[in-house]
Design a protein around this ligand. Structure first.
Ligand SMILES: Nc1ncnc2c1ncn2[C@@H]1O[C@H](COP(=O)(O)OP(=O)(O)O)[C@@H](O)[C@H]1O
Ligand SMILES: [Mg+2]
Length: 218
């Protein structure tokens, strides 16, 4: 079974797919010898559309949980020939997302700075904590996202999130590079080298890779 990184949130537009693809492509960039896959379990198929542009050639894309429930999810993940699979989930915390919380080695919960974003994080985190109760090796990382640079919101958000669980070292800013890279069908590793978007995704990726036991990047 490949190591599994899950992007989980019940709110649409909370950067699940954005993190999933940018971190997957950055991990492949930093660890070229690792086999990386993306599994799309969202019926909206945003990850599939992004990767369908054909510019990301070294990462396999697989559709999973086509039944909507993910009854076969464990087998579908086990059948993927990769060292690590990034699982992009739909915007609800039921059925396939509950199963994903069970099978994920690292669960990313992206949370934006608005009150609505923060309150929407509680249920996914409750689910994650239950899954950690069953498997204490599982790591849950709350990832602050869509933070506008130069505002107090980033620091405040980190303080609030720290009360809710472990917060990633990286804070992900509100940056056009993230959405522009989508249009180009690539990750920021390719689209925006030398930028803050690159360095914050790199920092997040290295933290995740360490939890997966991947050692230092090249
Ligand atoms: N940090 C960010 N900066 C700028 N735009 C972002 C950021 N995160 C997400 N977006 C944009 O917001 C929209 C929703 O993000 P997405 O990752 O698709 O959310 P989800 O998968 O949780 O529904 C997309 O258009 C995406 O490009
Ligand atoms: Mg999505």
């Amino acid at each position: 079974m490949p190591k599994t990184v899950v992007c989980l949130q019940q709110k649409g537009g909370s950067s699940k797919t954005t993190l999933c693809i940018h971190v997957a492509t950055m991990l492949k960039h930093l660890y070229p010898r690792k086999k990386v896959a993306v599994a799309d379990a969202d019926p909206q198929q945003s990850a599939t559309m992004w990767m369908g542009k054909g510019a990301i050639e070294d990462i396999e894309l697989i559709q999973v949980a086509q039944d909507g429930d993910g009854k076969q999810l464990k087998k579908e993940l086990a059948d993927i020939n990769a060292d690590v699979v990034f699982l992009d989930l739909p915007p609800f915390v039921e059925s396939v997302s509950l199963r994903a919380a069970l099978y994920g080695n690292v669960i990313l919960v992206p949370v934006g700075p608005s009150e609505l974003d923060i309150s929407a994080a509680q249920r996914p985190l409750d689910v994650c904590n239950e899954a950690v109760g069953l498997d204490p090796t599982k790591v849950v990382l709350i990832v602050p996202t869509r933070v506008r640079e130069g505002t107090a919101a980033g620091k405040e958000l980190r303080d609030v999130l720290a009360e809710m669980g472990r917060v990633s070292k990286a804070t992900i800013g509100m940056r056009t590079a993230y959405s522009d890279a989508v249009s180009a069908g690539v990750g920021v590793n390719h689209f925006a080298p030398g930028t803050k978007a690159y360095s914050e995704i790199e920092e997040l990726t290295i933290e995740i890779a360490k939890e997966l036991g991947f050692g230092r990047p090249k």
